[in-house]
Design a binder for this molecule. Sequence first.
Ligand code: P6P
Length: 338
Amino acid sequence: APTEKVNTDIVTLTRFLTEEQTKHKEATGDFTLLCHALQFAFKSIAYYIRRATLINLTGLAGSSNTTGDDQKKLDVIGNDLFISAMRSCARVRMLVSEEEEEVIKFDEFPDARYAVVCDPIDGSSNLDAGVSVGTIFGIYRLEPGAQGTKEEILKPGTELVASGFTMYGASTQLVITTKDGPVTGFTMDNALGEFIMTHPDMKVPKQRAIYSVNEGNSLYWEEPIKEWVNSLKGSESSKPYSARYIGSMVADAYRTLLYGGIFAYPADKKSPKGKLRILYECAPMAMVFENAGGQAVNSKMQRMLEVPPEHIHDRSGIFLGSYDEVQKVIDTYNKYQK
Ligand code: P6P
């Protein structure tokens, strides 16, 4: 009897990283070891999030982070897991985390050549409601002799060597890209405990009538943004767009990457610098979307990847998604610049 067609040539993240390393003759393997530590951090965070309700980890941890948000126990655990994973691979010189006011320097590894920026559990305010949350990360290469000072990490996203995110949703999805490289998606197989390549060479659709923005802020928006959003609501000659807003950046970004459309968190009169962070939210996501054929700009319509942060928790407005959809915002904004 014919045997069931079984794919015996499964590409795991581990195999993908090995294949990537062999493409670079000069590679020392440091980046690969760093990515294995990242992989373990994602697996452990996924494990705790999946069990959070069961072991009642969804309450408040009684402490608050640098920005004063109520810190959930899982925020603390996610941050601690991430820090120990980055320290243990001995390939990271310094780490910037959304949960840490200052840079974390790993002085025990003075010759380590990488810096990592991360938001260990972005969207954590949604955790109790069971909404998908995620980890966003970026990897920079430091100059030889770097001391791990905060000035060394205040770089624009154009200097990222890799970035991506892991979404803890119905399944655990990892999206990763390298500078000028393709965007690759992996899905966690819980039985194997492995990330399996499921989305090779991801491309964001060139256009899609979906917009994702918190219209509760529209009172504070600048005129061009109000006009742009209103233009999406249809007229005699154009069908209205669909509105989709989860309120968790990784979930909104992942849907936008797969289906197309635009995600926006504009800077506004209430938050003149915007809400989302340049280093560990805007820049890593911008590189993913540019490498997938999309665009990412800030509230002045500057290319997001060229905007360096003034300090490690610096914020920015952001418009991210299908090339043509971001272009619509740019074109509307430019009408006001004459
Ligand atoms: P708002 C979650 O708190 C977060 O940092 C992002 O994940 C998300 O995109 C944004 O803030 C949601 O902000 O103001 O719409 O609730």
